[in-house]
Write a protein that binds this ligand. Structure first.
Ligand SMILES: [Zn+2]
Length: 237
């Protein structure tokens, strides 16, 4: 049960089905001189932005590429989403409009949760401080588009994401660096993960004498569109 890989960074298979407005922008500007300005111009156009976000949303099955929360959360919070460059466009101009370098991350620009005493750093993923300021080591950063990214992480019952116990020391460094850069162990995420895992075990225990009901429950709860899908699979899959 616990030797399987968990999440932390969700694997996003890259598709060759590239949104055409993005593709035509890339053809026009393969290496923009000012990637920030070029990107702003692209996302300012509603049609370009919406087409890209819709495609990424489908590619990621509605989950944040980094923390795996559902991006439309209608329950206790709705923090929105933004398109994130996995590797910073400022250092990799040629990746500004590269579909393989783009993911949908939680937190709408300007919609970040404010820090307070109880949670001094509640913002994670693409807008986490170290990621947002490009203050990380790219050689240690595990990308959601790396086909083996999920093997690096494992989940504790208290919701903490950790480096998978089977990793060697250089891979442990990568996992730890990635968790820190994306702030994937902020209080908010730990709590949400803990609640998810606790509830799953609770219901699995309640249904243990009814194998049909248990099977139906797990089929629903282990769908790829469910938040923290890899933590779910690790614990009750
Ligand atoms: Zn996230």
């Amino acid at each position: 049960m616990e030797s399987q890989a968990g999440d932390g960074v969700k694997y996003i298979p890259v598709s060759s089905d590239i949104p055409h407005l993005l593709q035509s922008c890339k053809i026009r500007q393969p290496i923009p001189d000012n990637p920030t300005a070029a990107w702003k111009r692209f996302t300012k156009r509603t049609a370009s932005r919406n087409q890209l976000k819709t495609a990424l949303h489908a590619r990621q099955q509605g989950l944040c590429a980094y923390c795996e929360i559902t991006l439309e959360n209608t329950e206790d919070q709705n923090i929105g989403s933004h398109v994130d460059h996995i590797l910073p466009k400022e250092n990799h101009q040629a990746l500004t409009f590269d579909y393989d370098n783009l993911v949908l991350s939680c937190f709408a620009t300007g919609g970040e949760i404010k820090a307070d005493e109880k949670d001094p750093a509640p913002v994670s993923c693409g807008h986490a401080q170290l990621k947002r300021t490009n203050n990380f080591d790219e050689s240690l950063f595990i990308k959601p588009t790396d086909s083996d990214c999920e093997r690096y992480f494992s989940f504790e019952l208290d919701g903490e994401a950790i480096a998978h116990p089977n990793l060697d020391s250089s891979d442990i460094d990568k996992a730890k660096h990635t968790l820190k850069v994306l702030n994937l162990n902020c209080l908010r995420l730990k709590r949400l993960r803990e609640d998810t895992i606790t509830q799953l075990y609770q219901i699995v225990t309640e249904l243990q004498d009814d194998s049909d009901a248990l099977k139906r429950f797990l089929m629903l709860e282990l769908q790829e569109t469910k938040s923290f899908i890899n933590a779910r699979k690790q614990h009750v899959g």
